[in-house]
Design a protein around this ligand. Structure first.
Ligand SMILES: NC(=O)c1ccc[n+]([C@@H]2O[C@H](COP(=O)([O-])OP(=O)(O)OC[C@H]3O[C@@H](n4cnc5c(N)ncnc54)[C@H](OP(=O)(O)O)[C@@H]3O)[C@@H](O)[C@H]2O)c1
Length: 271
């Protein structure tokens, strides 16, 4: 089996790739990117029809494909499903792309408590638990790579999206800590923090989306960062500078700027 490369020793060439959120957007494009004849792809999503369409595309490119329809709000079921998948096909690349975007609606003064809970589960708790389940197995096998999809929203305390920026900030810190904890075991961890990528999630945002990227371009950047065993991929790069600015700016000034920010997003389609 391929090993995560350490010190440039081995080229990382995964045999089995598991992607969550493979039914749409960035996850679907990551799946298509890795689809080829000598690979097994395990594709997770909620919408069975869209997931099957992505599976068909990947099979047409020669990959062996298994699909799993699963709601990540049930973290215990997700851990059990991961272990069952990994028993059949040891996963050497785990891409945790599933996520939910949401923000305070219209003139509402707060988010809904239920939404905050849901984003905490889908954006932070379940992916962190799945990354750990993957890490246990990969450490035992002596190699592998885990990718967590965060967001540049993690860099800023966005007043209109506390649940989204908070859940992605938690994921960011988790990914950094996991990478440090696994560094001596040949398992790589990459946190990916995109700006705006043209997917169903970002299409619901009605405010400006500067430097919008396509999902296939995002998938290529993610694949390159895995190949390079990068700790953190931020794209477009401008957002790294905004992050730095957020860190160095005196809090009173930063808070005034953040409180003036406005954004709006159409409600999520019923699932
Ligand atoms: N697009 C952007 O501008 C952007 C920017 C920064 C970060 N991101 C992050 O990138 C990742 C991918 O987002 P995307 O833009 O590709 O969005 P997307 O097209 O809406 O795809 C989201 C994926 O997550 C899955 N998902 C959502 N809730 C789920 C749940 N409860 N259980 C299982 N799966 C669930 C969806 O499954 P179904 O469709 O089958 O329901 C879908 O496959 C997310 O983590 C997102 O936060 C995106």
């Amino acid at each position: 089996m391929a090993k995560a490369y350490r010190n440039g020793e081995t080229r990382f060439d995964p045999t089995t790739v598991l992607v969550t959120g493979a039914s749409s957007g960035i996850g679907a494009e990551v799946a298509r990117f890795y689809a080829r004849a000598d690979r097994t792809l395990i594709l997770w999503g909620r919408d069975a029809q869209r997931l099957e369409q992505v599976a068909r595309d990947c099979r047409a490119l020669g990959a062996g494909v298994r699909t799993q329809v699963l709601d990540l709000r049930d973290g215990g079921a997700a851990i059990a499903a991961f272990r069952a998948d990994d028993d059949r096909h040891p996963v050497d690349l785990l891409v945790l792309a599933a996520g939910l975007g949401d923000m305070r609606q219209g003139t509402a003064r707060t988010e809904h408590a239920e939404t905050v809970l849901e984003l905490g589960l889908v954006n932070y708790a379940t992916p962190s638990a799945l990354a750990t389940a993957g890490a246990e197995r990969m450490v035992a096998r002596g190699g592998g790579h885990i990718v967590l999809l965060g967001s540049v929203a993690a860099f800023h305390a966005l007043p209109f999206a506390p649940a989204y920026s908070g859940s992605k900030a938690g994921l960011m810190r988790f990914a950094e800590a996991l990478r440090n904890g696994l560094s001596e075991y040949g398992v790589g961890v990459t946190l990916v923090s995109p700006g705006f990528v043209d997917t169903p999630m970002s299409r619901r945002v009605s405010s400006a989306k500067p430097f919008l990227q396509t999902a296939p371009a995002a998938a290529r950047l993610i694949a390159r960062s895995i190949e390079e065993n990068r700790a953190h991929l931020v794209f477009p790069r401008l957002f790294s500078m905004l992050r730095l600015l957020d860190i160095v700016m005196p809090r009173p000034i930063r808070d005034v700027i953040l409180r003036r920010l406005k954004a709006d997003q159409a409600p999520r389609p019923a699932s």
